[in-house]
Design a binder for this molecule. Structure first.
Ligand code: IDP
Ligand code: MG
Length: 150
């Protein structure tokens, strides 16, 4: 089933000039990037995005982290892409993330794990709507779609 996922390159990865390498992983997989924008997340937006973690001990530092520099927010589309992207991203704790995943290759600490990706269809919808207007999400053909999917 075709899905859309919300993915965000976190501030540390933007600062470390990893945006291109991260985008390349998704593009080479065959996923379609249908929206991107660089933004400085406000404290309010950070708290709303991470509302499910508001009672956790790391919440304050998480909000500080995610608002510390610009992020690259994006929407990615593909067949069952929500779970596929979570696999490409790797475990929340980068020390446990498999080598070959984004967190496994480029990060060391849970508190500096360089990328966010939606974990389910409901959260994907919520997060996409939080960051993007309908008009910012592009609709275009992939000319090699029949080489990516059978
Ligand atoms: P996820 O990003 O893999 O979905 P979640 O458990 O939803 O992981 O946590 C959201 C984000 O909160 C993580 O990506 C990480 O940045 C941060 N986080 C989670 N657990 C911890 C922790 O124990 N210490 C510091 N930061 C944490
Ligand atoms: Mg999560």
């Amino acid at each position: 089933m075709m899905e859309k996922s919300f993915v965000m390159v976190k501030p540390d990865a933007v600062e470390r000039r990893l945006m291109g390498k991260i985008l390349t992983k998704f593009e080479e997989k065959g996923l379609q990037i249908i929206a991107t924008k660089m933004i400085l997340i406000t404290e309010d937006l950070a708290k709303e995005h991470y509302a499910e973690h508001s009672e956790k001990p790391f919440f304050k530092s998480l909000v500080e982290y995610i608002t510390s520099a610009p992020v690259l927010a994006m929407v990615i589309q593909g067949d069952e892409c929500i779970s596929v992207i979570r696999k490409i991203v790797g475990s929340t704790n980068p020390k446990e993330a498999e080598i070959g995943t984004i967190r496994g290759d480029y990060a060391m600490d849970t508190g500096r794990n360089i990328i966010h990706a939606s974990d389910a269809p409901d959260s994907a919808k919520r997060e996409i709507n939080l960051f993007f207007k309908e008009s910012e999400i592009m609709d275009y053909e992939m000319p090699d779609i029949n080489m990516i999917y059978e």
